[in-house]
Design a protein around this ligand. Structure first.
Ligand SMILES: Cc1cc2nc3c(=O)[nH]c(=O)nc-3n(C[C@H](O)[C@H](O)[C@H](O)COP(=O)(O)O)c2cc1C
Length: 149
């Protein structure tokens, strides 16, 4: 089974997950938003949180959309205001995920991704979800990836 981890990361947690999965021979692809969130932390949380609440889609830099060679697509999203990060909203509207095994990896400060889970469960009949609390601070969380070892 060929697996691809396709993810967004603003502050490095998704990146750490990608590096771990790469060690397990999972292919990885990072997506980037054309416009990043503000650097000033309170403004960043306000702007990103508002956009996520509105389910906005961030415009992405060009990326490879061909996923035809993969059986499992693992989508990595930070949690913004309890929800999917805006670049992931775009990704989900652009990729053809028909007939793929889908797993989401959510990474957040609290480990709580209730609303994001509801969203993806509505979109995909059969979806696997892994929740992680900021693996940069909590390295043990990476053990949740052991199924890919
Ligand atoms: C705009 C914004 C909103 C966030 N909202 C939440 C939240 O609602 N709940 C939570 O637990 N963490 C929240 N966080 C923290 C991130 O989900 C967490 O730091 C995550 O691991 C970041 O992943 P990254 O480093 O790959 O970008 C938020 C972060 C940002 C930037």
């Amino acid at each position: 089974m060929k697996k691809l981890f396709i993810y967004y990361s603003l502050t490095g947690n998704g990146e750490l997950i990608a590096n771990t999965l790469r060690d397990y021979y999972v292919d990885v692809r990072r997506i980037e938003a054309k416009k990043s969130l503000p650097k000033f932390f309170p403004l960043r949380i306000f702007v990103g949180g508002y956009k996520a609440m509105k389910n906005q889609k961030d415009e992405l830099l060009p990326y490879d959309k061909d996923i035809s060679q993969y059986d499992e697509i693992i989508i990595g999203s930070p949690i913004w205001n309890g929800r999917l990060a805006c670049p992931i909203n775009t990704l989900l509207s652009e990729l053809d995920l028909t007939n793929k095994n889908i797993t989401f990896i959510f990474y957040s400060g609290s480990g709580d991704s209730h609303e994001a889970q509801q969203t993806v469960k509505k979109m995909f009949e059969d979806v696997s979800i892994i929740n992680m609390r900021e693996p940069m601070k909590n390295k043990k969380e990476l053990e949740k990836l052991s199924r890919y070892e």
